[in-house]
Design a protein around this ligand. Structure first.
Ligand code: SF4
Length: 491
């Protein structure tokens, strides 16, 4: 059933959604219950965006905030008008309505030649995809009769290193995009008309395509993609364009894919999937095993990253370790030992973690990590933060080997890997009795979310429960490596 749409149904975010796919906008308005659940990862991005927006206000301090919560659109636009008439120089979250489109401007500033729009993005670089965000605001403010002179996009400068209090002028990069958003004005006007007409009609017929995840992951993937069977062309790894190329030719199932379309790695993936086959290059596995020695340490870090650096010496979006798990064996047939570190709440975790790690791994130990480039990157940053540990860390890095190598090279390939060599793909295929599915924390994003929740809660019981879940997850990562190595040895 089509819901009646009033004249104020569009907003900046709805316009952007419609620009990506009319069907997504239609479903958002008329069938919101079909949207997928918001993942912890996605929620973290939203939260980070809000925090960055608030910090960016310090670029132009002393402004007046027009709140969203508790006020209708009409009340917000009225309050904005009052502030403008009063002579207010800077307004945060200024609200305007024109042509049925409601927008909030992150920062509106009275410049010398007219009003200036500042649209704040939490990303670390400028992207063309941001132009429509600023363009629709420019359109609405201009149409409302406000004299807008310039439009700016503000994003995080990831070269900034925190020293003491945050310095907004260094943390943010401000780009004048006036010419770009002016170039967008005709498109915005026409697209607003198209979207309003579309919303008043029946659900648009739009097939799935690259637009489902570009520029943003659509909320309605579960709904629109439900007709795609398991074992489809969308499982083929190594090319984002190929699956849609095949799909557009009516090829959906893996068994219908002509091998001439596929690279040798893709042929191996599809062939293994169809035959439910396992490939092992025993010589290559033996060569890999020969690069390891005892005592052997299995290491895994958990890290967080924030747009606004939290500690001195850190940069925006830098991975900061707060936890590790370490299993080890002194010799091949010896017992398995375990050590772990998880920072307490409200502390800079780096120094305590570095000290524990330096004590846990001896100079002569061989270190095994899965996708070791990540662990090596964390170790290198630790040595930059703590130069006195440079020799120790350099030694650990030199002794580190990558357990993902045999799977990345496909010395071992199991049809259930699905073209991936991630631990989450490899483990259930080779060690089916081990699974992350029953854990409260099942991946790195959930671990980061749990860490921040642990830091944010005053409830001791909740804190302990989150702590236990994080320890269990990280321990599972290194235990998984132990078991995978056993599988490789048995091959
Ligand atoms: S999943 Fe794709 S086709 Fe469906 S609404 Fe979203 S973008 Fe449009």
């Amino acid at each position: 059933m089509t819901k009646k749409v009033d004249g104020l149904s569009l907003s900046k975010s709805k316009f952007i959604k419609g620009l990506q796919c009319h069907k997504a906008l239609y479903l958002h308005i008329h069938r919101p219950e079909l949207a997928g659940v918001v993942t912890a990862e996605r929620q973290a991005i939203y939260d980070s965006g809000s925090e960055v927006g608030e910090v960016a206000r310090a670029l132009f301090p002393g402004g007046v905030l027009v709140p969203y919560e508790g006020l209708s659109h009409g009340e917000q636009t009225a309050m904005t008008r009052q502030e403008i008439e009063k002579g207010t120089e800077v307004i945060y979250e200024a609200a305007f309505i024109y042509d049925g489109v409601f927008v909030k401007v992150d920062i509106l500033r009275r410049g010398t030649g007219g009003w200036e729009i500042y649209e704040v993005k939490s990303s670390a670089s400028m992207k063309d995809v941001y132009f429509p965000d600023a363009a629709v605001q420019y359109y609405v403010l201009g149409g409302s009769g406000l004299g807008v002179s310039r439009a700016f996009l503000v994003h995080i400068n990831n070269g900034y290193v925190r020293r003491g209090a945050i310095e907004p002028l260094k943390l943010f990069t401000v780009n004048d995009v006036t010419a770009d958003v002016e170039g967008w004005q005709d498109t915005v006007r026409e697209e607003v008309t198209r979207q309003r007409a579309m919303l008043a009609g029946s659900e648009p017929v739009i097939d799935i395509g690259p637009h489902c995840s570009s520029p943003y992951e659509c909320d309605f993937m579960d709904h629109c993609w439900k007709h795609i069977p398991e074992g489809s062309v969308f499982d083929i790894k190594g090319s984002s364009a190929l699956p849609f190329k095949l799909f557009s030719q009516g090829i959906v199932r893996l068994q219908d894919v002509p091998f001439t379309f596929l690279s040798p790695r893709q042929q191996m993936q599809v062939d293994a999937a169809l035959k439910q086959d396992v490939y092992v290059s025993k010589g290559a596995v033996r060569e890999f095993l020969d690069t390891l020695w005892y005592p052997l340490y299995f290491l895994d870090f958990e890290t967080f990253m924030t747009a606004i650096p939290m500690y001195d010496g850190t940069r925006p979006y830098q991975q900061v370790p707060y936890q590790y798990s370490l299993h080890w064996q002194d010799d091949e047939d010896g017992p398995l030992h375990h050590s772990e570190f998880l920072a307490g709440p409200d502390m800079d975790p780096r120094e305590a973690l570095m000290e524990r790690l330096a004590g846990d791994i001896p100079d002569e130990g061989c270190v095994l990590a899965y996708n070791a480039g990540f662990e090596i990157g964390v170790l290198q940053r630790l040595s930059e933060w703590f130069p006195s540990q440079m020799r120790k860390v350099g030694n650990i890095v030199a002794n580190t080997r990558d357990l993902a190598d045999p799977f990345r090279r496909r010395d071992v390939y199991h049809w259930q890997f699905g073209g991936s060599y991630s631990l989450k793909a490899v483990l259930p295929a080779l060690v089916p009795e081990m699974s992350y599915k029953n854990l409260e924390v099942q991946n790195g994003s959930m671990a980061m979310d749990a860490y921040f929740r642990m830091c944010g809660t005053a409830d001791g019981e909740e804190r302990e429960s989150l702590r236990a879940a994080m320890l269990e997850y990280c321990r599972m990562d290194t235990l998984a490596m132990v078991r995978l190595l056993e599988v490789l040895k048995n091959m």
